[in-house]
Design a binder for this molecule. Structure first.
Ligand code: 13P
Ligand code: SF4
Length: 364
């Protein structure tokens, strides 16, 4: 069963009428009953009501590594977004199943590149640049995009290994097509010493390359972005620095380059957590990433002066679709022998995508 039909949705609504304590108790009981056959993993952006049940938590890279390494769990319940669950399905064996508690938990950035657009872009770019171009996709992409990339000799990156892998790729190809996040691509290329003249922008809806001097291009960025990280601005950093001259600012690399340049540090969700953990008592730090993670860090380290870079920013509504009622529903379905929202990637697509993911894992 996939929880997208109206009839199923209406039946599901009773989970919102049930007291949370009853769902907590049932989830604990089902977890105990399944033991090592069931693994619940959660991304750092998940809410505390879900996080409390996670056997493992991580950034996208760690969660992919966990899926690839785990052979014991027959079921992995993935508390994150759709591309993460797809990645886990591709990296696990056919004897294991991956469940996403709410299939509507997508990623708006991943949806900014589809195979039709990529095929068109590829045909135009390879004819313009004589085939010497390698595709690289951020893990925040559909399995179909990963498959295209894998079948064309390319590789997946995450926010924590992008610098290493893009540097590797630049030694192998004259040009890279980096999709779908223009900001991670630009931040990575500039951190590796490329100049703005080496970076072009592929305008996917117009099917057009924007570049001042195409001959100088090393990295062509797809024009996707994350709507959550678009909410961080240089003016917010400047205002905090004026108020607290000693403040340190750390942001996720999905933020625009001018924001990253104005910050003190940039890193994946795991790197942000490490930075906060290692900061001395009393350190004042503003954090530019999803609110659920920042809020949890603020609660976890009351002895440090942690704050939201943008206190009015919206959390990722897609990550937030996974909540206690959806997790309880997913485990109830599993316990009843009728698992719902099982994410199964078409084997042909999975085979291409696995090539790109395996390259990433071996380079990480
Ligand atoms: P991380 O891999 O850094 O956890 O990022 C995932 C993501 O979707 C951030 O928006
Ligand atoms: Fe996608 Fe942005 Fe949400 Fe991350 S925060 S899952 S990139 S929409």
């Amino acid at each position: 069963m996939i929880l997208t039909d109206l009839k199923d949705k209406l039946a599901f609504n009773r989970y919102y009428d049930e007291p949370a304590v009853a769902q907590v108790a049932r989830i604990q009981k089902i977890k105990q009953q399944f033991g090592a056959d069931l693994l619940i993993v959660a991304h750092h952006y998940q809410k505390d009501e879900v996080m409390q049940f996670a056997d493992a938590r991580g950034d996208s890279l760690k969660l992919a590594q966990i899926a690839a390494a785990n052979q014991q769990a027959k079921t992995i319940v993935f508390c994150g977004v759709h591309f993460m669950a797809e990645t886990a399905d591709i990296l696990t064996s056919d004897q294991q199943q991956v469940i996403l508690p709410d299939p509507m938990a997508g990623c708006s950035m991943a949806d900014m590149a589809n195979s039709f657009q990529l095929t068109q872009a590829w045909s135009l770019l390879t004819s313009q640049f004589d085939d010497d171009i390698l595709p690289i996709t951020y893990v925040n992409s559909t399995a179909a995009i990963k498959s295209f990339v894998g079948d064309h000799g390319g590789v997946v990156v995450t926010s924590s290994n992008a610098k290493k892998i893009v540097s590797w790729a630049l030694q192998r190809a004259k040009r890279l097509l980096f999709l779908p996040d223009q900001h991670l691509g630009r931040n990575t290329a500039l951190a590796l010493g490329l100049t703005p003249a080496n970076i072009g922008l592929w305008q996917a809806r117009a099917n057009r390359l924007q570049a001042t001097n195409p001959a100088a291009l090393r990295v062509i960025l797809w024009d996707g972005y994350c709507s959550v990280h678009q909410q961080f601005k240089v003016a917010q950093i400047a205002a905090l620095r004026a108020q607290y001259p000693e403040i340190k600012v750390i942001v996720h690399p999905e933020c625009a380059h001018e924001v990253v340049a104005a910050a003190d540090e940039v890193g994946s969700t795991a790197a942000i957590i490490d930075y906060v953990q290692q900061a001395p008592r009393g350190a004042r730090i503003a954090i530019g990433t999803d609110n659920n993670l920042v809020g949890r860090l603020i609660k976890q380290y009351p002895e440090k002066q942690l704050m939201f870079l943008n206190p009015f920013s919206c959390s990722c509504i897609l990550m937030n679709r996974i909540d206690l009622p959806h997790l309880a529903w997913a485990l109830d379905q599993l316990a009843s022998g009728q698992p719902g929202n099982v994410i199964t990637v078409n084997p042909e697509i999975a085979s291409g995508a696995k090539k790109a993911l395996d390259r990433m894992l071996s380079l990480s």
